[in-house]
Write a protein that binds this ligand. Structure first.
Ligand code: G6P
Length: 620
């Protein structure tokens, strides 16, 4: 939640910051703001309610010059989304401006204390408390900004990534993090060859200029200046040695590449993204799975008594599919927990439990807190994340990256299929070590898994008319999604996708549970999406369809390509090629992603930035 970008160097900062904000807009779009120091030494702050484009309009005709600046795109927590509550926030003397991502939990007592000391506040935000506290420390301790930040942060409870400008020192930026991500890009000006620094909540605003970055660790404070100085210390003023990392990402991955929306691009990208996800992990010739995260910790996995998977949102749905697969292939009990629930219980965890965090962003606050709790209780932690260098992979003992490329659309698509494939690879790698699958079955599953990207391509090519079909459903107020076994989580995911971007209410249910309640909702107005591949419980799902039809519900089915029986019972069908039962979710979810996309488009929704949502939920 909230995106931060910063720049100091020889170039004009404004275009870099605005472009960076656009790239970070997936993190929140309630308001945006920018702060620049011009060459007269004036510290300007401009803010606007709404998207970055509103900020761009609002600064027309204003002084946006300066080669140093910070900027912010907000997902509101404390205080409604308006211009006053937008970042950056000034300190009382207007000598400092600050942007913040995170939540200062003790902001109320801090504010009261500062008010007692004569400080006044303009906004309702926790962030303004932070900038005032820093200024208070500078004045009361007669210290410089860097030391004042150290002192202030020692008094703060909560999560933060911050960047600060100081009017009286226009040649430096100070930033810090705890619990919210912050990356520093280290570059060289193309013309002058002089050093320049970038700041970003992730690498997306930085990659265009440099691939050399430093991931700031929790409780680290950095100061950077035009002369190329970069100093990092922790809160106790102990100097840290920054580690320069080379980013493996390219700019094309961050553009729409001719598609009208990132979501559609990411849906169509899935075959290639999943080939990359599998690459190097499946030995095609030997039909073998090679996951270094398992090989390096073989004993842990062989002796593990139970696996607990913690996740949120779409990642929770992929975790459910992972549970079914791992239990079946490895004979290890698997529990799937909402991270937000797990972290506030007192869960029973044994040293021979493995806790897996599944998270696209690697930054979800609840998932991070859940694994921190599990670590304290002695569990072995494994991370399955997409964003390289994010907080969860850095907090776990081992893990696997999805390698599906940056996902920008707020509604997750390719990360979901990447997570399912990765969990299946994990299950296969453990099964191989534990010898819980016959060689024949193991090789058959590996062989089938590597064909999935081609089968997704087939599914995309053979369901192209969903756009015309979707128009018919724009009037609907409710949808039901049904699936059984491996396809129950797909029903949940299909319903979530529709809710997220079209704002139509949708419920996912295990098909057999329908008669315990949801069947009462069915009438001629109610579309029911049934995932009904020719597998395991096919006959039973056919009976469920009949029950719906006899109550005049409209059937939209996802069927195996040659299934004329369900096709004839349905008002509309999406086809998928045949595959093993356990891999059907990877195909069945594709038409459901397209359906939600085209219904949302037909309703005129903002598909990539749905209301009230953010891609990376770094607050609880
Ligand atoms: C938000 C996003 C969802 C995502 C969930 C978990 O709600 O909008 O798309 O599934 O967070 O995020 P994570 O990054 O942990 O997978």
């Amino acid at each position: 939640m909230c995106g931060i970008v910063g720049y100091i160097g020889d170039q004009e900062a404004y275009p870099i910051l605005i472009k960076g904000l656009h790239r970070l807009e997936y993190r929140g779009y309630d308001s945006a703001g920018i702060s620049l120091i011009n060459n007269k030494g004036e510290l300007n702050v401009y803010k606007a309610k709404g998207k970055v484009s509103a900020l761009e309009k609002s600064v027309e005709g204003k002084d946006i010059s300066g080669t140093i600046g910070i900027a912010h795109t907000r997902w509101a927590t404390h205080g409604e989304p308006n211009t006053t509550n937008a970042h950056p926030h000034f300190s009382q003397s207007k000598n400092l401006s600050l942007v913040h991502n995170g939540i200062i939990e003790n902001y109320k007592p801090l504010r009261t204390e500062l008010e007692k000391n004569g400080m006044t506040f303009c906004s309702e935000t926790d962030t303004e408390v932070l900038v005032q506290l820093v200024e208070f420390m500078m004045v009361s301790h007669k210290c410089d900004l860097y030391n004042a930040v150290q002192l202030a942060l020692k008094n703060v409870v909560g999560a933060y990534a911050i960047a600060i400008l100081e009017k009286s020192h226009p040649d430096q930026i100070v930033c810090a993090r705890k619990g919210s991500p912050l990356i520093i890009g280290v570059g060289k000006d193309k013309t002058s060859g002089r050093p320049e620094f970038y700041i970003g909540s992730d690498a997306t605003p930085i990659i265009e200029y440099t691939n050399q970055v430093i991931y700031l660790n929790d409780e680290e404070i950095a100061i950077m200046n035009r002369a190329g100085l970069l100093d990092i210390t922790n809160l106790s003023n102990v100097k840290q040695t920054p580690q320069l990392v080379t980013l493996q990402m390219n700019l094309d991955q961050l553009e729409k590449g001719g598609y009208p929306h990132f979501m559609l691009k990411e849906i169509w990208e899935q075959p290639d993204a999943l080939r990359t996800c599998i690459r190097g992990r499946i030995d095609k010739a030997e039909k073998d799975v090679l996951l270094s995260g398992i090989i390096d910790h073989r004993d842990k996995f062989i002796n593990c008594r139970r696996i607990i998977i913690c996740a949120c949102g779409t990642s929770w749905h992929s975790a459910l599919i992972g549970k079914y697969f791992i239990e079946e292939a490895c004979q290890i009990p698997v529990e799937v927990e909402y991270a937000s629930e797990f972290r506030y219980r007192n869960p029973v965890i044994h040293p021979d439990d493995i806790v897996i965090a599944v998270s696209q962003s690697g930054e979800t606050a609840d998932t991070l807190a859940a694994i921190q709790l599990a670590k304290e209780k002695g569990a072995f932690l494994y991370g399955i994340c997409n964003v390289i260098g994010s907080s969860i992979p850095r907090a776990t003992h081992s893990g696997t990256y999805l390698h599906v490329g940056p996902e920008i659309g707020v509604a997750s698509t390719k990360a979901f299929t990447g997570q399912v494939i990765t969990l299946c690879l994990l299950g296969l790698a453990i099964a191989k070590e534990k010898k819980t699958l016959s060689n024949e079955m193991f090789h058959m599953l590996v062989d089938e898994l590597q064909q999935i990207p081609d089968k997704i391509q087939w599914t995309l090519e053979n369901n192209k008319n969903i756009d015309q079909f979707a128009q018919m459903f724009t009037y609907c107020k409710n949808f039901i999604y049904l699936g059984r076994g491996y396809n129950y989580p797909v029903a949940l995911e299909g319903a979530l996708k529709l809710k997220e971007i079209s704002y139509i209410h949708a419920e996912g249910y295990p098909a057999a549970e329908m008669k315990h309640g949801p069947i009462a909702l069915i009438d001629e107005e109610m579309p029911v999406v049934v995932i009904a591949p020719k597998h395991g419980m096919y006959e039973k799902v056919v009976s469920n369809i009949q029950e719906i039809k006899s109550r005049k519900g409209k059937i939209i089915s996802v069927i195996t390509e040659d299934d004329t029986v369900v096709k004839n019972m349905s008002d509309y069908s999406f086809v998928i090629p045949d595959t093993r039962d356990c891999f059907v979710p990877l195909l069945a979810v594709i038409p459901l992603q397209l359906l939600s996309y085209y219904v949302a488009i037909a309703k005129g929704r903002n598909v990539d930035q749905p209301r009230n949502l953010a891609k990376s939920v770094t607050v609880e």
